[in-house]
Ligand binder design. Sequence first.
Ligand code: PRX
Length: 650
Amino acid sequence: MSVNVHPVKPEWKAKGLIDNDTYLAWYKRSVEDPEGFWAEHGKRIDWIKPFSSVKNTNFNTPGVSIKWFEDGTLNVSANCIDRHLATRGDQVAILWEGDDPSEDRKITYRELSEQVNRLSNVMKANGVKKGDRVTIYMPMIPEAAYTMLACTRIGAIHSIVFGGFSPDALAGRIEDCGSDFVVTADEGLRGGKKVPLKANTDKAIEIAEKAGAKVRNVLVVRRTGGAVAMKDGRDIWYHEAMDAASADCPPAEMSAEDPLFILYTSGSTGKPKGVMHTTGGYLVYASMTHQYVFDYQDNEVYWCTADVGWVTGHSYIVYGPLANGATTLMFEGVPNYPSPSRFWDVVDKHDVSIFYTAPTAIRALMGAGDEHVTKTSRKSLRVLGSVGEPINPEAWEWYYKVVGEERCPIVDTWWQTETGGILITPLPGATDLKPGSATRPFFGVQPQLVDNDGNVLVGATEGNLCITDSWPGQMRTVYGDHERFEQTYFSTYHGKYFTGDGCRRDDDGYYWITGRVDDVINVSGHRMGTAEVESALVAHAKVSEAAVVGYPHDLKGQGIYCYVTLMEGEEPSDALRKELVAHVRSEIGPIASPDKIQFAPGLPKTRSGKIMRRILRKIAEDDFGALGDTSTLADPTVVDDLIDNRQNKK
Ligand code: PRX
């Protein structure tokens, strides 16, 4: 494969915070002397009591334990707000752009301080205490960020559930972390359509309470003014409570290792895991990566298009940028509303310098035609970023040439919910770019490729991506289930953090992520456990068995392909297909909508009853010439039926 290398341009190097020599020197020190390196960079945030211990980590099972800066104390909201007030009180902290292009709001650091202090008092007055879990189910409005920051101010742990998840999914997350306080809005607004957040919350609480949960209060932001039911004694209007609250709430002194947030994410087995991040190390890592990866410089407008319901929104809309005193743009809408020029219109309207989005959006906009881009100016843009899934070189080149007019380096950032921040990435002033490669590790990150038996692979090679030592932003545990944490991440390759991703390393030591090697698929940059979709399908009365795999999809990266075996006596039909799609949407949410459903009288199983997914993947890809050995199947004839009825015939 020929690679079109884009060397660092002299002007990127001149403007950039880090050049290649600095990268190499810092990286060397960060792995040879992690204590010294992180002792120095740990000071980039404000500590109430400075740390003396830097790193105390063990990746060996049993007994995996990850602690950074453990004797230090701090408060995250004080770092994201209070410490900027003297110098940046009147600077815009959150630049909000509504779904409707006529709506925007500019919130200065001083205003942010007032809102967050009031909200902290509202939460306290309603019984929220240090260590309590607060569930946030909100649209992309500034109040979502206020709520996150208010939690950190009083030491409550937030768990944000993406507004596109269904009541069932929300209920499971409320229940799992024993959350008794929920913050939501009447309705969300995306692409001109309303999302019934409060009604979903009501349903979710009903489901969760049947399972034994107890939600004391629901705080409701009025966003659209749509009519919603308010339950007496439980539901509180945000605006009423805020009016009555004082604007002074001293920040709680938190230990570096106190939990900061839980964020549920899909794995290869079972229900979503509550990924838990803690306070000190996370903030150091989020702020440092935000500054150096995006090359953030004072007074620039920075825009990450993610939703706060995903980790990207946590680290790179809220915590990283605000800890750095940046102006962070928060966008309520979608890329193609009211037109496919929306992103670039917003860039021009607000003079955005740094723009960070997902390959799925880039591919969709590329498909809509260059004219939607070229009619806008985009002259303010300086750095472009990509995250969430591998970016194909064609989309990369389009982003580079058409959007950035070859002026802006692209940072293809590889990381995960678990890693808290970016681990493999170019730096704008330092790294020669290769389209499709996330390039080199960030400071302190030590990637390693291993084969399926755990043998370490050296040089140019391909294998399973592990990280051999800790970095401050790493997750600390699965909420309430440390054993699952050890099992999932540290037992496959003993003593190493296994990412679940496959990866190639080239002759220059650049990393190329090839995608998940476990039963996780990546649909439009969203992680989906195939097991979750399968359990949603088998929960339908007419389904006896289901197997779900991913297949290459032009826009989404991967699509969801479901093989479904029906109960005795049930007949396949298009109507039933539609019913099953609707069923999965209601169990999980629209992001889990199956793209293809194939009715299969039997699934390919080994004699011990294990479904051979390799075969199912090949058939879904319409690549059944390469099925490999099927002789170990209990009933090899099922394969012929699967091939005959495949849904992706080319
Ligand atoms: O497979 C990798 C893919 O997304 C997974 C992590 O998903 P999630 O925890 O939802 O976090 C997404 C945002 C950080 C990874 O295991 N992934 C993420 N970024 C990239 C990527 N794959 C290739 N290149 C990337 N830049």
